[in-house]
Ligand binder design. Sequence first.
Ligand SMILES: Nc1ncnc2c1ncn2[C@@H]1O[C@H](COP(=O)(O)OP(=O)(O)OP(=O)(O)O)[C@@H](O)[C@H]1O
Ligand SMILES: [Mg+2]
Length: 670
Amino acid sequence: MARHATPHGTRTAGRPVQDVSAARERRRQTRLLRLATGLALVAAFLWARLLSGDPVGMPSMPAVDPLVLMPVLFFAVLLAVLVGSVVVPGRSPHVVYRPEQIDVRMADVKGIGPVVDEVRRSVALFMNSATFRREMGGRPRRGLLFEGAPGTGKTHVAKAMAAEAGVPFLFVSATSFQSMFYGATARRIRSYFKALRAAARAEGGAIGFIEEIDAIATVRGGMSAASTATPRAGTLAATCCGGLVGLPSSATERPAPAGRSAASGSAVSGAVRNVMVSEGVGGVVNELLVQLQSFDTPTGWQRVQGVVIDAANRFLPAQRQIPRPCVEPVDILLIAATNRADSLDPALLRPGRFDRRLVFEAPDKSGRRELVDHFLGRKAHEPVLADDERRDALAGITQGYTPAMIENLLDEALVNAVRRGARAMSWADVEHARLVTEVGLGQPVGYTDHERRLIATHEAGHAVTAWLVAPHRRLEVLSIVKRGGALGMLAHGDREDVYTRSRGELEALMCIAFGGQVAEELFFDDISTGPAGDLSYATNVAAQMVGQAGMSDTLISFSAVQSSAFGDQGLVGRVLADGDGRQMVEALLRSQKERARSLLEDNQHLVVALRDALLERHELIGREITDVLEQADAERSPHAPGGGATLTVDLRRPQSWWSPAQREKPSPNA
Ligand SMILES: Nc1ncnc2c1ncn2[C@@H]1O[C@H](COP(=O)(O)OP(=O)(O)OP(=O)(O)O)[C@@H](O)[C@H]1O
Ligand SMILES: [Mg+2]
């Protein structure tokens, strides 16, 4: 048979034969042969006894005195409990999934193209590791580390890999290795790797998956964290420069909308950190390091053979020595997933252990569109959601969403549809679901009249500033409904996925943040505690501009300062602790506040229109905000009384309070 090696396996008569499948088939045939031989021997024995006239009968049970039986049984149970209490805590806590039990295939992994390509290459390499090792002299990839925010599809992809490879998938959560008994954690790790080797030997290959590995593999004392294990610019022979620093892109780092009055950002906590391991972190990590190199250890039978051969060799001359059986390495691919690769021990990431690090990120717009198509393919929706334009729009407004978040959004929309008695989701259901998932459920609270007017004016101030200074931004939600800690909010976002920001954009963001406070000053001649969150947001942006991006009068990067023994204050702290830095931040903030003031002074009619709309409807979404602004702008006449003039209106006066009942007779101040 013509055989030749290719990077994708051995070809037999033009058809690629994957090593793992071939090994599995060989083992299956051997197993069948052994079974047939065993059965044939038993059948031959029974026939022989039958033909000789002495057939095998049922053995008679011996008569046992119950007084003897009871104590024997008691001690047998006691012994079983004693042995069990030693053995059970050390058992591997994994669950085995057979390929046919896994309902996810690679075709179900959408929107993360580059990762899927790399994963496919890894599966192809794993399937042909024997060829790669024996004929090409390579060292097969043994470990893959999946790193990424929660819900980016790490477990999903690992399952799809196992189904694609057609081998058993041994799933284990790192936390289930932990035990309160001394030594049990390390024993469970050993048992898991033993089970992995046994499964791989029985099936020709196996894939192991350790979920949230940071629970048992955090950096040991005296080592620096895993980020140092990957080559950095400073460690390379050539000095690298010119890397652009992007905006935070993961779901965990989405900036909160500038208009939120209180810190109410989507708090997705990054990592699952749990280092409560009874033996101490060091012992467990060491066990893991050792086990990651245990794939070439001999089996029990091979060890017995070795002992016998060694004993025989002692009697044989040097030239007649019997060679020990050679150990064939097993084909195992171990995948570990974590949200925090930077906290892992660096020794885990060296080549030969977790060779390859795959970063899972929130998908880009085209990826999100693929995911929207994929999920909507299974969920009932109205025809309007089958429209390409709507689906593109949905992909656009879900910037920073992970696949799990997109799926959850559409499920929430379906729940909304059920609530209103429909059997398919509409666009409004999706919009409403997005509002609830992003900013939370509204809490009906009874504001006083004065507070309601103050909040509406504040939020209208943000929205008008955003509309004027950042026409490239999408105004999404303007609300005076209390959600979490935020009394009201303006949510605004980029129209397209962006990875950098210009100085002008950052200034616009600060200006928008000041819009609320300035509106309060203009209309109430006083300010409230509401803008506290806005000021903190603006200070953060200004500190980044001054201390990180070189956008002010200094080119010094404050983020280059390494943390010291005296504590690290973070970027904002470092910039503000520096006299000049503080002045630059203050100047930036003041200039943007002045800018917001002059804009709002000239456009008070817009603030009034939005404030009134908010007081009437409490919540404006998307086009409803811009419709009010465009209409108010069109209605403005330079000859109208007060048009364009600077006017401070005291809304605390009862007669200026606007309500739907007074619509026909609006207050002269409004
Ligand atoms: N690329 C994708 N294509 C289709 N569906 C996906 C994709 N990624 C994730 N999903 C969906 O999101 C769900 C959650 O994903 P998964 O459990 O893989 O996240 P994870 O990255 O492992 O999160 P964690 O870090 O919290 O363990 C999956 O069950 C699947 O339904
Ligand atoms: Mg997972």
